[in-house]
Design a protein around this ligand. Structure first.
Ligand code: C2E
Ligand code: CA
Ligand code: CA
Length: 403
């Protein structure tokens, strides 16, 4: 951390002038400053700010020049807050707060414009009613989400993953559901993204992990004759970038007495971008632990093949955009064939997602895919149904379409 920079001004000395482009903010530590604007030869004073107030904070976040002059009224001491520091906090702040700041900036810019041309009619605010309604909706959504996290209004459903050849269940993907009393079904990609933005995804990820461990324990108890099946758990880029995530995983698996080889973590390509040491540490830690790593929605991001080669992944999940129409679209079938080849070269499993029809199954089998999941086989189901299904399977026949 850089040491705090203290600035001292004598009475009458200027801190900055209207039109200046310097961008730092300041906290008044002692004394008073006066904020004024000039109109020709006229000087119009707006405000005197004393100890504890902040000056110049808004222009840090815009490209606009300073809108006022700031002058020391007494002997003044100021603490400089570098623009870079404010910008970093702004980028990572709660989206709602960011919207409030943006609105304040745009409002201030309008007041300044009105001051400069007082005879003009007031400009129309950009903080429209739609914006306001959006902000309120978003705010309410965030409150509901936080409340639900506190009240435990989440549950997991499980979608079986099968071998394409026999239809035998070899694992399941754990998918989260939010059971809010008035909102009804909220798509998980919606609330997961919000939880990531709000910095509360960790709680949800750990919930998914613990629930999946309980499910694996129940399966082992309920269907001891089955070969151990695996749980595939979606984790966010925020999780894998969190220092020590893999030790958190190790502790949970230990607590539930689950073999790490029964756990696969699903991450998207963008979550494991190169050059982030915390991500690499976690991936290596998870590999050492013995967990699997599946690359989710493969084919939809901008794959960096050199990077893929260097990470310890164990499976590629082909996005349903390709798997779902490989039987009818030559481009999709070409892509699937290429991905199957890539999987063989990298010695990882290939799982096709979004398999909905008999034609999908045949096309994907012909293309050399080994594993699949999709409505053709099973929809996501609750724990009890999964236990029954696994308890009853003989693992030989392709199951009938239960979707
Ligand atoms: P995903 O990881 O790609 O999950 C697969 C999604 O495809 C699931 O949607 C699943 O219900 C749906 N699906 C499965 N088979 C078929 C099919 O044959 N046809 C069609 N049209 N869809 C199928 P869902 O449950 O709505 O989840 C959406 C996304 O939300 C997931 O996409 C994942 O990115 C995220 N998500 C869900 N649960 C979690 C979680 O616990 N943690 C995290 N971080 N993300 C989650
Ligand atoms: Ca997934
Ligand atoms: Ca997926």
């Amino acid at each position: 951390m850089k040491p705090v920079e203290l600035i001292t001004l004598q009475p009458g000395e200027m801190l900055y002038r209207q039109g200046d482009h310097n961008k730092d903010a300041y906290i008044v530590a002692a004394g008073d400053v006066v904020l004024f604007r000039t109109f020709g030869s006229e000087r119009r004073e707006y405000e005197i700010r004393g100890s504890g107030s902040v000056i110049g904070e808004l222009s840090v976040l815009t490209d606009n020049p300073r809108s006022v002059n700031v002058q020391a009224k007494t002997h003044v001491q100021l603490i400089k807050v570098p623009a870079s520091q404010i910008n970093a906090s702004y980028e990572t702040t709660n989206p709602l707060l960011r919207t409030c700041i943006d609105t304040a900036i745009s409002f201030t810019a309008q007041l300044t414009a009105m001051d400069a041309k007082p005879s003009h009619p007031p400009p129309r605010s950009t903080a429209t009613l739609t914006n306001a309604a959006d902000v309120i909706d978003k705010y309410q959504f965030e409150i509901d989400l936080l409340e639900s996290i506190e009240n435990g209004n989440f549950s997991m459903v499980y979608q079986p993953i099968v071998t394409l050849q026999s239809g035998q269940i070899v694992g399941f993907e754990a998918l989260m559901r939010w059971n809010h009393p008035t909102r009804g079904f909220v798509p998980p990609d919606h609330f997961i993204t919000a939880a990531e933005d709000m910095g509360v995804i960790e709680t949800l990820t750990l919930f998914a992990l613990e629930q999946s461990c309980e499910t694996l324990t129940d399966i082992a108890r309920h269907a001891p004759h089955q070969v151990p099946i695996f749980a595939s758990i979606n984790v966010s880029g925020h999780d894998v970038a969190r220092p020590g995530f893999y030790t958190q995983m190790a502790d949970i698996l230990d607590a539930y007495n689950i073999a790490p080889s029964q756990i696969k973590l699903e991450v998207t390509e963008t979550a494991i971008m190169p050059d982030n040491e915390d991500v690499l540490d976690n991936l290596m830690g998870l590999e050492a632990l013995g967990c699997g790593l599946s690359i989710d929605d493969f084919g939809t991001g901008y794959s960096n093949l050199a990077h893929l080669k260097s990470i310890p992944m164990t499976a590629l999940k082909i996005d349903r955009a390709f798997a779902g129409d490989a039987h009818s679209n030559p481009v999709s079938s070409g892509i699937v064939a290429m991905l199957v080849g890539l999987g063989a070269a990298l010695e990882v499993d290939i799982v096709a997602e979004g398999v909905e029809t008999d034609a999908d199954v045949d096309a994907l089998s012909d293309l050399g895919c080994s594993y699949a999941q999709g409505y053709f086989f099973y929809r996501p189901i609750d724990r009890d149904d999964l236990l029954t299904l696994i308890g009853n399977q003989n693992g030989l026949a392709r199951p009938t379409n239960v979707a």
